[in-house]
Design a protein around this ligand. Structure first.
Ligand code: CA
Length: 227
């Protein structure tokens, strides 16, 4: 599964360098070029890590970080500060940054910090061998699903999606995240594909697919598996 990194930075050259390098290391990156847009992205979608510049148009990195933590978004933040701004570093850490790097920095140094922060972040719950919710029993080893005593036929993709939901139960998952993790963009599907597969899963697994109890819709974002 690709880790998602939000880059909030307004220098086009640095944005290009960062996104190129992070992508070549296997990360999925999204970019916001001012503080207001960055905050909206960070609040609206789940990310595994945020790279946050301090000096930004619209809203500076400190204000953004403060707002983020006030909204209880605990995504690890690596702050990018200008040379010699020691006060910046102290203030950033006080506000809840997890680490900082002084510009200009070596890309290897940045990658090492990124890796360390991602390792520290809590991993998704490991996949259990079996899982039960409502009338449904899922045997992950045997790839079998039984509902109320009757076997349920799932396509390979539906089964993958169900496993993904179980592994991320309780988490708000955006359509884009589900697509990139479950489909890995290999057949270039639209986000609508996620909705279609969720509808099929609900049809097969929910007591009342029109009023889902397990695979919940989060309006404007995506889905959450409630277990
Ligand atoms: Ca800047």
């Amino acid at each position: 599964m690709k880790k998602r990194i939000l880059v909030i930075e307004d220098e086009p050259g640095l944005v290009l360098t960062l996104t190129d390098r992070l992508a070549s290391e296997g990360y999925h990156t999204e970019v916001a070029e001012d503080g207001a847009a960055g905050l909206a992205r960070a609040l609206g979608e789940p990310f595994d890590l945020i790279l946050l510049d301090v000096m930004l148009p619209e809203k500076n990195g400190f204000d953004l970080l403060r707002d983020l933590r006030q909204h209880r978004v605990e995504t690890p933040v690596l702050m990018l500060t200008a040379r010699g701004q020691t006060l910046d570093k102290v203030l950033g850490l006080k506000l809840g940054a997890d680490d900082y790097l002084t510009k200009p920095f070596e890309m290897m140094e940045l990658l090492a910090r990124v890796e360390a922060l991602l390792r520290r972040a809590p991993a998704a719950a490991p996949s259990p061998d079996a899982y039960r919710f409502g009338e449904v029993h899922v045997d992950f080893r045997g790839a079998e699903v039984v509902r109320d005593g009757n076997p349920v036929e799932l396509s390979a993709r539906e089964f993958q999606l169900l496993r993904y939901f179980v592994e991320h139960r309780g988490e708000a998952l955006s359509r884009e995240q589900i697509l990139s993790d479950v489909w890995a963009y290999d057949d270039v599907p639209a986000t609508r594909t996620v909705d279609v597969h969720v509808a099929w899963l609900r049809q097969k697994l929910e007591p009342n697919p029109r009023r889902p109890q397990h695979i919940l819709t989060i309006h404007g974002l995506g889905y959450k598996f409630a277990g």
